[in-house]
Structure formats: structure tokens, C-alpha cells
Design a protein around this ligand. Structure first.
Ligand SMILES: Cc1cc2nc3c(=O)[nH]c(=O)nc-3n(C[C@H](O)[C@H](O)[C@H](O)COP(=O)(O)OP(=O)(O)OC[C@H]3O[C@@H](n4cnc5c(N)ncnc54)[C@H](O)[C@@H]3O)c2cc1C
Length: 297
């Protein structure tokens, strides 16, 4: 099934049976049949063209910080944006390819005395994943600073949205709604004293460390915030703080997180999610929907 793909790309860009646990912040996931790592947008486009011609199943991933892969892995092709990491600055506008980590993006902005992305400094992930999810924290969201996104549509054509058209709202975007591939984004930032930016980033990082179980593998908040409620409080009020199935545990530091205590299986996490949803629905009548994306094999 993959013979032509395997003969077309060298091991530098293609791996067979790559363990997805190595690419997921949960440290969970069996092998992907094929794992591709293009190092330019042109190569990415060429690969997708080839995959579409062969009618192979594929998905794109960034840092793997919002994903729960299956224990059985992924039957198809995973395209990682990890090597698409160019970062440039013109006037006060930073342009970042989809694979740039938020860590590098925020550090680069800070080094250039540019403010606006401080909120994102502790969010793990790539620019592509963050645009797709409209990632946000501490009152800021991607939508506040993005002024342009280049993306690939379903015909594998490069398109652009400028100031409008992104359809951003709470943890969603046009790119998620339409399953478009984010190639790069431009961020409009504001000059500010570097030390002030650094201090703000440090403060937010410390707040994160004190509240979140960063010492364990996880995928961040498991559920979307339901209207009028706090997920952590709902879970606490059901007496579920610290509850576990196998090695998947509701963090006793932050009940909105499920952590992997060591050898959690994807099925343990899924069972725990279902259990939480059932108990919260039964006790409070509130439906919890997952923010993390569960990928079937
Ligand atoms: C400890 C921890 C704390 C977190 N805190 C926060 C937080 O404060 N705020 C917040 O919003 N999130 C938070 N998250 C979740 C996560 O960091 C964000 O959702 C982030 O945006 C995911 O980026 P990623 O590159 O890892 O995406 P991935 O997990 O790789 O992918 C997520 C989704 O985006 C899609 N995707 C990835 N790249 C692209 C692309 N180039 N084009 C199109 N689609 C793409 C994937 O197909 C997938 O559906 C946290 C996660 C962890 C583990």
C-alpha cells in the first residue's frame, strides 16, 4: 500500500511504524504506518499531492500536545510539521511557519522587544496547532495578534486570509472547522521594554507551574469549558479528584487535567473521560465535551 511512498522519500523524511507515544505529550500511542517530516512548504505540498493521488488516509500534527492517539497507532500517514520552523521579523510583524514552537515564537518576540504574545509563552505546541485551536491563556488568544494566515485548502492550493475570515472563537477556527492545513501565520506585535515582557512571561510561567501538573505527561485541559461552569469544580464536586483508571488519573493538582502516571493506555484515558462525563451529567446535568482530540487508529 505504501511501497511507492516509501521508495519516493528517504529516511530523512519518512519513517515506517513510528511510535506515536514519542510525539505525544501524553506519551501514549502505538505506531503510525508512515510518519513524514517535510522540511519545506513545497515538499509538504508535494507529499500531500502524492498521498491524495494514492488516496491514502493522512493527518497533520504539530507538537502533539492536544492529541490522544490510539494504543493501536494510526493506519495511514502522519505528517509532522516539526521541520517547518522558519521565523522572521519585519517591522513589528513576526512571521512563523506552522512548525515553530510557541516557546521559540515567544522567546523570539521577547528578544526583539515585542509584546503581544506573552500569554502564549507557557502553552506547549506549534504555531499551526495553536492557530487551529485558537489557543489561549490568561486573557489572551491567538486571534488577538494574528493578522494573516497562509493555508492549504482541500485541493492542496495555497490560500490566505488577512485580518478577517479566520472564524476564531473559543478553541476553534476556520482551519479546524474546514480541516485546512495552516502553513504560516503573521503576528502583529507592539514594541515594549524587553525586561517587562520577560517579567510578564516569567510570572505567567510560575502561575502555570503552581497550578498545573507539569511534572506528568498530559494533554492539558481535557474538556472544553461549559457555559457558566468550571470543569475542575464540577469534577471536584463529584468527588473525582485523584480518581484513576489504570495509570490514567484525574490530577489531584488540577482536576481538569488527566495525567499519565507511567504506563497509561489510550483506552484507560478514554474510559476515564467517559466516566467523568457520565458522573458530571448525572449529578449536575452538564455535558462535558472534549477539548483534546481523540485520534482513532
Ligand atoms: C501541559 C499543557 C498545558 C496546556 N495549556 C494550554 C493552554 O493554556 N491553552 C491552550 O489553548 N491550550 C493548552 N494546551 C493544549 C495545547 O498546548 C494546544 O492545543 C496547542 O495549540 C496544541 O498545539 P500542537 O502543535 O501541539 O497541536 P497538536 O496537538 O499536534 O494538534 C492539535 C490539532 O491541531 C491540528 N494541527 C496541528 N498543526 C496543524 C497545522 N499546521 N494545520 C492544521 N492543523 C494542524 C492537528 O491535526 C490536531 O487536530 C496545553 C497542553 C498541555 C500538554
Amino acid at each position: 500500500m505504501y511501497t511507492s511512498l516509501i521508495s519516493k522519500y528517504s529516511p530523512e523524511f519518512l519513517k515506517e511504524n513510528e511510535a506515536l507515544s514519542l510525539h505525544s505529550s501524553f506519551k501514549i500511542g502505538g505506531p503510525a504506518d508512515i510518519f513524514l517530516t517535510p522540511d519545506s512548504p513545497a515538499l509538504l505540498q508535494e507529499m500531500i499531492n502524492f498521498i491524495q493521488t494514492k488516496q491514502l488516509r493522512f493527518m497533520v500534527m504539530g507538537g502533539g500536545n492536544n492529541l490522544l492517539f490510539s494504543d493501536e497507532g494510526f493506519r495511514g500517514v502522519i505528517i509532522s510539521t516539526d521541520k517547518l520552523n522558519a521565523l522572521t521579523l519585519e517591522e513589528n510583524i513576526v512571521t512563523a511557519q506552522c512548525g515553530v514552537s510557541l516557546w521559540d515564537l515567544t522567546a523570539f518576540s521577547c528578544d526583539n522587544s515585542l509584546s503581544g504574545l506573552e500569554f502564549a509563552s507557557g502553552i506547549p505546541g506549534s504555531v499551526g496547532g495553536a492557530v487551529f485551536m485558537n489557543a489561549g491563556a490568561y486573557g489572551g488568544e491567538m486571534k488577538d495578534v494574528i493578522i494573516s494566515v497562509d493555508f492549504l485548502d482541500h485541493d492542496n492550493q495555497v490560500r490566505n486570509h488577512g485580518l478577517t475570515g479566520h472564524n476564531f472563537s473559543y478553541r476553534t477556527s476556520l482551519y479546524q472547522q474546514r480541516n485546512y492545513l495552516v502553513l504560516q501565520a503573521k503576528f502583529q506585535l507592539t514594541p515594549q521594554n524587553k525586561e517587562e515582557i520577560k517579567a510578564q512571561m516569567k510570572d505567567l510561567q510560575q502561575r502555570r507551574e503552581s497550578k498545573q501538573p507539569l511534572e506528568y505527561p498530559s494533554a492539558g485541559s481535557v474538556f472544553r469549558r461549559p457555559e457558566g461552569h468550571f470543569v475542575g469544580k464540577l469534577i471536584d464536586d463529584c468527588g473525582l479528584r485523584g480518581f484513576s483508571i489504570g495509570d490514567a488519573q484525574i490530577s489531584d493538582k488540577h482536576s481538569g487535567f488527566i495525567i499519565n502516571k507511567g504506563h497509561a493506555r489510550s483506552q484507560d484515558v478514554k474510559n476515564l473521560i467517559k466516566h467523568i462525563q457520565e458522573i458530571v451529567k448525572c449529578k449536575f446535568g452538564v455535558e462535558l465535551h472534549t477539548e483534546i482530540r481523540i485520534i482513532e487508529n
